[in-house]
Design a binder for this molecule. Structure first.
Ligand SMILES: *[C@@H]1O[C@H](CO)[C@@H](O)[C@H](O)[C@H]1NC(C)=O
Ligand SMILES: *[C@@H]1O[C@H](CO)[C@@H](O)[C@H](O)[C@H]1NC(C)=O
Ligand SMILES: *[C@@H]1O[C@H](CO)[C@@H](O)[C@H](O)[C@H]1NC(C)=O
Ligand SMILES: *[C@@H]1O[C@H](CO)[C@@H](O)[C@H](O)[C@H]1NC(C)=O
Ligand SMILES: *[C@@H]1O[C@H](CO)[C@@H](O)[C@H](O)[C@H]1NC(C)=O
Ligand SMILES: *[C@@H]1O[C@H](CO)[C@@H](O)[C@H](O)[C@H]1NC(C)=O
Ligand SMILES: *[C@@H]1O[C@H](CO)[C@@H](O)[C@H](O)[C@H]1NC(C)=O
Ligand SMILES: *[C@@H]1O[C@H](CO)[C@@H](O)[C@H](O)[C@H]1NC(C)=O
Ligand SMILES: *[C@@H]1O[C@H](CO)[C@@H](O)[C@H](O)[C@H]1NC(C)=O
Ligand SMILES: *[C@@H]1O[C@H](CO)[C@@H](O)[C@H](O)[C@H]1NC(C)=O
Ligand SMILES: *[C@@H]1O[C@H](CO)[C@@H](O)[C@H](O)[C@H]1NC(C)=O
Ligand SMILES: *[C@@H]1O[C@H](CO)[C@@H](O)[C@H](O)[C@H]1NC(C)=O
Length: 399
C-alpha cells in the first residue's frame, strides 16, 4: 500500500481497523452457507401454476441469472435476495394464484392487473405485511375477497376491479389504516358498504365500488373522510336517505350516486358545501325536494346529472353562472316554469336534457348561440313556439 507510506502511523492504524470491519460482512455473504431462498421458491411455485401462453416467464425466468434480474421482479437493495415488487401488468399468465406469494414477506408492490388470472384470491396474501400496492384488476378472479386482506395495514392501493368477485366487502377492510385508493368496481359484490370512517382510514381519497350489487344505506362514516375526492357508488342497490354530511366535504370532485334507490332531501344552502365539485351524478334515484341551491356555489361544476328523480323546482337561473358546465341533465323531474334564456351564457354546454317535465313557455331563441351543443332533449313538456336555429354541430336534437 504505497499511498499510506507518508501518513502518520496512528492514521494507518485507524484505516486498517476500518477496512477489516468492512470485510466482515462481505465474508459472511460469500461464505458457502446458503442464502435465504424463500423468495426463489415462492416465485417458482407462483410460476408453476401459470400456463404462460406467450412463454414470457419461461424464456426469462431462467436459472443462469439471479431472480432479482427476472422480468417483473424487483429486489431490495438492503436485504439481498428479497423481492420487493412483482409487477407483470398486461402479460397473459393464465392460471391461478397459489398461496405461495404469501411467502414474499418483503413485498411492497404486487401488480398483476390484466394477466388473465382465474380462481380465487388466496387468503395468504393477507400475510404480506409490508404490501403497499395490490392490483389484481381486469382478471377473471372469482369467489369472495378474503377477509385477511384487512390485515394489510400498510396498503395504500387496493385494486380488484373488473373481476367476477362475489360475496361481501369484508368489514375489516376498515382496518386498512393507510388506504388511499379503493377500487372494487364492476364485480358481483353484494351486502353493505362497511362504515369506512376518518378515524380508521384517515387517508382514503378514492372509493370506486360502482357496478356491483351493494345494498343497504350509504354509511355515515363516509361523510367523515376528510381526504375524499372521488366517491363512485353508482349502479348498486343502495337505498334510503343519504347521510347529509356527504354534501359538506371540502375535497370531493366527483360524486356519483346514480342508479340506486336513494331517497330524501339533499341539504339546503347552509349545510351544502362542495367547493371542489366537478361531477355530480344522482341520476335515477328517488331524491326529492328542491334542486340543492348550494350547487350555485360549485364554480368548478362541469357535469350535473340529476335526471329521473323527484325534484320539484324551476330550471334554476343560477346554472348560467357556472362557467365550466358541459352537461346539464335534469329532466324527468317535476320541473315547472320556462327555460331561462341566460342558459345561453354557458358557452361550453354540450348536453342539455330537460325532457319529461312540466316546462311551459317558448324555447328561448338564445339557445341557438350554444355552439358546443351536441345533444338537446326537451320533449315531453308543454313548450310552445318555434324552435331556434342552431349554429352548432348536432349529433342529436330531440324536440
Ligand atoms: C428466510 O426468511 C423467511 C422469512 O423472513 C424466514 O421465515 C426463514 O426462516 C428464513 N430462512 C433462512 C434459511 O434464513
Ligand atoms: C429478462 O427480462 C429483463 C427485463 O426485461 C431483461 O433485462 C433480461 O435481459 C431478460 N432476460 C432474458 C434471459 O431474456
Ligand atoms: C390487457 O392486455 C392486453 C395485452 O395483453 C391489451 O391488449 C389490453 O388492452 C389490456 N387491457 C386492459 C384493460 O388494459
Ligand atoms: C412458505 O415458506 C415456508 C418456509 O420456507 C415453507 O415451509 C412453506 O411451505 C411456504 N408456504 C407456501 C404456501 O409456499
Ligand atoms: C374472462 O373469461 C371470459 C370467458 O370465460 C373471457 O371471454 C374473458 O376475456 C376473460 N376476461 C379476462 C379479463 O381474462
Ligand atoms: C399496475 O400497473 C398498471 C400498468 O402499469 C398501472 O396502470 C397501475 O396503476 C398499477 N397499479 C397500482 C396499484 O399501482
Ligand atoms: C388476519 O386476518 C384473519 C381474518 O380476518 C384473522 O383471523 C387473523 O388473526 C389475522 N392475522 C393477523 C396476523 O393479524
Ligand atoms: C359491470 O360489471 C360487469 C361484471 O364485471 C361487467 O361485465 C360490465 O362490463 C360492467 N359494466 C360497466 C358499465 O362497467
Ligand atoms: C359510522 O362511523 C361514523 C364516524 O366514525 C360514526 O359516527 C357512526 O356512528 C358509525 N355508524 C355506525 C352504524 O357504526
Ligand atoms: C328499487 O326498489 C324497488 C322496490 O322498492 C325495486 O323494484 C327496484 O328494483 C329497486 N331499484 C334498484 C335500482 O335497486
Ligand atoms: C361542514 O363541515 C365543516 C368542516 O368539516 C364543519 O365545520 C361544519 O360544521 C359542517 N357543517 C354542517 C352544516 O354540517
Ligand atoms: C350572461 O351574459 C351576459 C353578457 O355577458 C351578462 O350581462 C349576464 O349577466 C350573464 N347572465 C348570467 C346569469 O350570468
Amino acid at each position: 500500500m504505497p499511498v499510506l507510506r507518508n501518513m502518520p502511523p496512528s492514521y494507518i492504524l485507524v484505516m486498517l481497523m476500518a477496512t477489516s470491519l468492512l470485510l466482515i460482512p462481505f465474508m459472511a455473504v460469500s461464505s458457502p452457507a446458503p442464502s435465504n431462498n424463500t423468495d426463489l421458491v415462492a416465485l417458482l411455485a407462483f410460476r408453476s401454476q401459470l400456463s404462460d401462453p406467450l412463454s414470457i416467464l419461461r424464456n426469462n425466468w431462467t436459472s443462469d441469472v439471479s431472480f432479482c434480474q427476472w422480468i417483473g421482479v424487483t429486489c431490495s437493495r438492503r436485504h439481498h435476495q428479497r423481492v420487493t415488487a412483482l409487477e407483470l401488468p398486461d402479460i397473459p399468465l393464465q392460471g391461478e394464484l397459489g398461496p405461495h406469494l404469501g411467502n414474499l414477506s418483503f413485498l411492497r408492490a404486487l401488480n398483476l392487473t390484466n394477466t388473465t388470472l382465474t380462481g380465487s384470491i388466496p387468503a395468504d396474501l393477507g400475510r404480506l405485511a409490508r404490501l403497499r400496492y395490490l392490483d389484481l384488476g381486469d382478471n377473471n378472479l372469482s369467489d369472495t375477497i378474503p377477509s385477511t386482506v384487512g390485515n394489510l395495514t400498510m396498503l395504500q392501493s387496493l385494486v380488484l376491479n373488473f373481476n367476477q368477485l362475489s360475496g361481501q366487502i369484508p368489514d375489516n377492510l376498515r382496518n386498512m389504516h393507510s388506504l388511499r385508493y379503493l377500487s372494487l368496481e364492476s364485480n358481483y359484490i353484494s351486502g353493505p358498504i362497511p362504515n369506512f370512517s376518518f378515524e380508521s382510514m384517515p387517508a382514503l381519497s378514492h372509493i370506486y365500488v360502482q357496478n356491483n350489487s351493494l345494498s343497504g344505506s350509504v354509511p355515515s362514516g363516509i361523510g367523515s373522510l376528510l381526504m375524499l375526492q372521488v366517491l363512485h357508488l353508482n349502479y348498486n342497490q343502495l337505498f334510503g336517505p343519504v347521510p347529509p354530511t356527504i354534501f359538506n366535504m371540502s375535497r370531493i370532485a366527483d360524486m356519483r350516486l346514480g342508479n340506486n334507490n336513494l331517497t330524501g332531501h339533499i341539504p339546503s344552502n347552509t349545510s351544502f358545501s362542495l367547493p371542489m365539485l366537478q361531477i355530480l351524478n344522482l341520476y335515477n334515484n328517488k331524491f326529492e325536494g328542491p334542486i340543492p341551491l348550494g350547487l350555485a356555489a360549485c364554480q368548478r361544476l362541469q357535469s350535473l346529472n340529476i335526471a329521473l328523480n323527484r325534484f320539484v323546482d324551476v330550471v334554476p337561473t343560477w346554472l348560467a353562472k357556472l362557467p365550466q358546465l358541459v352537461v346539464i341533465s335534469i329532466g324527468s323531474n317535476a320541473l315547472v316554469g320556462s327555460i331561462p334564456p341566460v342558459l345561453s351564457n354557458l358557452t361550453m354546454l354540450s348536453v342539455l336534457d330537460i325532457a319529461f317535465s312540466n316546462l311551459s313557455g317558448e324555447v328561448p331563441m338564445e339557445l341557438g348561440k350554444l355552439r358546443q351543443l351536441t345533444y338537446l332533449h326537451l320533449s315531453f313538456n308543454q313548450l310552445t313556439g318555434p324552435f331556434p336555429e342552431f349554429l352548432g354541430n348536432f349529433s342529436e336534437i330531440l324536440s
